[in-house]
Design a protein around this ligand. Sequence first.
Ligand SMILES: Cc1cc2nc3c(=O)[nH]c(=O)nc-3n(C[C@H](O)[C@H](O)[C@H](O)COP(=O)(O)OP(=O)(O)OC[C@H]3O[C@@H](n4cnc5c(N)ncnc54)[C@H](O)[C@@H]3O)c2cc1C
Length: 402
Amino acid sequence: MSISTDILIIGAGPAGLCLASSLSETGLKIVVLERQSEAALADPAFDGREIALTHHSVQLMRQLGLWDRITPKEISALRDARVFNGTSLASLNIGHDSSKQNELGYLIANHLIRKAAYEQAKSAPAITIKAEVQVTNILHDSHGVQVSLNNGEIINTQLLIGADSRYSETRRAMGIAADMHDFGKTMMVCVMEHPVAHEHTAWEWFDYGQTLALLPMNGAQSSVVITLTPDEMDPLMKMAKDDFNREVTARFKHRLGPMNLVSTRHAYPLVTVYAKNLVSPRFALVGDAAVGMHPVTAHGFNFGLKGIDTLSTEIKNAVASAKDIASISLLRRYEQAHRRDTKPLFLATHAIAKLYASESAPAKFLRASAIKIGNRITPFKRAVAGFLADAPSKSISHSRIR
Ligand SMILES: Cc1cc2nc3c(=O)[nH]c(=O)nc-3n(C[C@H](O)[C@H](O)[C@H](O)COP(=O)(O)OP(=O)(O)OC[C@H]3O[C@@H](n4cnc5c(N)ncnc54)[C@H](O)[C@@H]3O)c2cc1C
């Protein structure tokens, strides 16, 4: 069987589904392909990720119809952030700007974002989701793209989108290379209760031999993030619950009191990706397939949403003026804007992650100095807070010149 659509998206993750929803009122026909089952999309399993969202992302999620699908008790406020180094109790403290907002951002579990994105896309008549399918071949020329599936179906489309994760097979099939960096570390995420209040403050603790993070959730619990080498992580993943509780409490130097595991544990290899090109004729990459961030600055999905906003605005403008929705000039404008929005923080995050993973004497000196100096320079802290909260660039540059 052969069908035609205007836009074909490979990958029904948060990025693919949000792009589909953002275009659902344009009159364009959209098909989304996913290799997981429809049941897995409708009720995604807990995956340990708590996603820190900027104010701009919240605004975009509201516009997309996702925000109202998440119950308020599942949304936790992120007021401030503290960055620790080594064994020192001193920290770089990044506070929200109380003249503008009460929070730096918000935290929502990834599986709830996925569920809301699926429900929103499913409710739109213009969107068809085809689950449990695999792409077997992609043919493309200047007029269109033809995608063959493992069930024998052929789909012709004007524009193909790769939204199939940082390990995107579609990116590879389209001949687009990517800069990939394997940090050789594994990040474990889980939810733990603890008696010492978090006061809705996130911690990033670049300890020696490990990196710890704490993301405050509603109630007396946090998302705990531990980064270690794979051979150090393996026993931690398999450890009996009571041993795990003791081990993590000790790793946090008892600063939060005795900690208690209340979720499953999930491990992710630390691999970052930046595609060499974000577009090619009649093709664009979005989400992690375009830019797969290091989670330390919590910007992966925030960047995904930003890119979707940029690309869908271009496509909507093309529809409104009866122009080609997949012209190379349109795609290049998206590529330029998305690079500009993401590359500086991608590179800065990479440098921070490398510096704080190093324990050489000069690195230790630099690590400690950066925290001390950063704390003394109020405009620097305001700029970081603005960046984290994704405040309009005007307020960031304003704080720089004061
Ligand atoms: C531990 C951790 C913490 C994070 N914390 C934050 C945070 O605080 N803030 C933030 O903004 N971001 C954070 N992120 C990043 C965020 O989770 C990702 O940016 C986001 O999930 C990417 O969405 P995506 O749709 O691009 O890709 P994915 O979520 O990877 O979805 C891709 C989809 O494509 C499907 N797929 C893959 N290959 C194929 C194929 N060949 N055919 C069909 N379907 C396919 C997959 O099954 C999946 O459904 C974090 C990530 C991690 C690992």
